[in-house]
Design a protein around this ligand. Structure first.
Ligand SMILES: Cc1cc2nc3c(=O)[nH]c(=O)nc-3n(C[C@H](O)[C@H](O)[C@H](O)COP(=O)(O)OP(=O)(O)OC[C@H]3O[C@@H](n4cnc5c(N)ncnc54)[C@H](O)[C@@H]3O)c2cc1C
Length: 403
């Protein structure tokens, strides 16, 4: 039987998005290659696995899609390949998952992050995906072919379809450094400079704040503008960070841009009303104010120290002012952490530049997926889910389009 000539697909970047994409592309139609600058795949995937590996989140889809910005952009892809679908896929490739108390989805306790990566790599092998390591993409030649640096030598790669999944611009050590932005700018494709998201935020703490550095504010409600999240945050020398803060990133960035500062409101005791707290303070009996805050209002040491450090003596000794502060404690954020320290970034390719199938409108047969596109979501499984949902959509689109 005569061999049918296969369509050549080059996937540039070997991270979370491309792992699933390349495994789902039809190997009978496509000759699939991944070009990765590192000597191995999935470096950022492994970093994500280092601390609480949230593969996805178990939230209902209706709520799930609201975590993304812009919601409208991401919704169809998440609906096509949902958190449940991703868990089923992981199960199929030998990775059992479980839902933690935070509703985040983790690999089963005995499964290490490297085993999750290996399971993906096995699928690539089964799909005859060719891997080219130490290939750093350097833009296009005059004919529009891909240019790579391979151990100091220039290499030109011809392919029918090019898929970019180059990641964001944080944790450069993993390979995702965003240095490719100019190659798209040269093609008149609108790009947006990267900014940190899901990161720590700077607070000019008072000199004597040292006592609470490293302490967690637990079960608090954090609010910035319209964004609100119940959760926890750690007070650090730099400022504040944690799962209660990350979802506020977009609003914090907006306020920082507009006012050079963002105001973070913290309800330190969401389970009690202001009146109830005031009542407990007023009826403190022989308790000191510090004791009444910790023993009767049940604030932890960090919360009490925070209040003590930031209030005047008058506020601290007045039940009405103090209860108000417990319910609405404000901190002024003056900056974001450096981009490299952020869990994710926003910026990259402007969403207006791509079709609903992620094809660059100005460069047909060139596609972009994953964190390199300008969307945002809190960490906790939402980032990886968006990447795999985009990968699933593009693989399905290409498989069916080229039937
Ligand atoms: C500390 C940390 C913890 C995280 N934890 C979680 C979590 O628990 N849950 C969650 O959902 N998300 C988490 N994330 C985010 C998640 O890992 C990323 O959003 C996701 O990996 C993005 O996938 P991607 O495929 O778009 O890009 P990446 O995974 O970043 O992959 C991009 C690849 O492209 C390669 N590349 C870049 N430039 C070039 C070039 N010029 N030539 C060739 N190759 C290139 C890079 O080396 C890299 O391998 C975490 C991130 C960090 C940093």
């Amino acid at each position: 039987m005569k061999d049918v000539k296969k369509i050549k697909i080059s996937v540039i970047g070997g991270g979370a998005s491309s792992l699933l994409l390349a495994a789902l592309l039809n190997p009978n139609k496509f000759e699939i290659s991944i070009f990765e600058k590192n000597a191995a795949l999935g470096r950022k995937f492994l970093v994500a696995g280092d601390g609480g590996f949230n593969l996805t989140h178990s939230e209902e889809i209706k709520e799930f899609v609201k975590r993304y910005h812009p919601t409208k952009f991401i919704t169809p892809y998440i609906k096509e390949f949902s958190n449940e679908d991703f868990r089923n896929y992981l199960k199929k490739i030998g990775i059992e998952t479980y839902v933690g108390s935070s509703k985040r989805v983790f690999p089963s306790k005995e499964i290490k992050p490297i085993q999750v990566l290996n399971a993906f790599e096995n699928e690539l092998k089964k799909n005859n995906v060719q891997l080219f390591f130490k290939h750093t993409w350097k833009g296009f030649d005059k004919e529009g072919n891909l240019l790579f640096d391979n151990n100091g030598e220039e290499k030109i790669i011809h392919s029918d379809i090019k898929i970019f999944s180059l990641g964001g611009a944080s944790w450069k050590v993993t390979g995702s450094d965003g240095s490719w932005l100019n190659y798209f700018k040269d093609k008149k494709i609108k790009t947006i400079d990267f900014e940190a998201s899901n990161c720590a935020y700077k607070i000019e703490h008072k000199k004597h704040s040292k006592t609470f550095f490293g302490s967690a504010l637990k079960n608090c409600v954090f609010t910035c503008g319209d964004a609100t999240k119940k959760g926890e945050a750690v007070l650090t020398k730099f400022g504040i960070e944690g799962s209660g803060i990350y979802p506020l990133s977009m609003e914090i960035r907006k306020q920082l841009k507009e006012n050079k500062k963002a105001i973070l409101h913290i309800d330190l005791k969401p389970d009690l009303t202001k009146a109830e707290i005031k009542n407990r303070i007023e009826n403190k009996g022989d308790y000191s104010i510090k004791d009444v805050l910790s023993k009767k209002v049940n604030l932890n040491d960090a919360q009490v120290e925070l209040i003590k450090t930031y209030t005047t003596k008058e506020e601290y000794t007045d039940a009405s002012s103090l209860s108000k502060l417990v319910k609405n404690f404000s901190l002024e954020i003056t900056d974001s952490a450096p981009i490299d320290e952020a869990i994710s970034t926003v910026g990259g390719i402007d969403l207006k530049e791509i079709t609903t199938h992620f094809e660059l409108k100005k460069l047909p047969q060139h596609y972009c997926i994953g964190e390199m596109l300008n969307w945002d979501a809190p960490t906790g499984g939402y980032l990886l889910q968006a990447c795999v949902s985009m990968a699933h959509h593009l693989a399905t689109h290409l498989n069916t389009q080229n039937e």
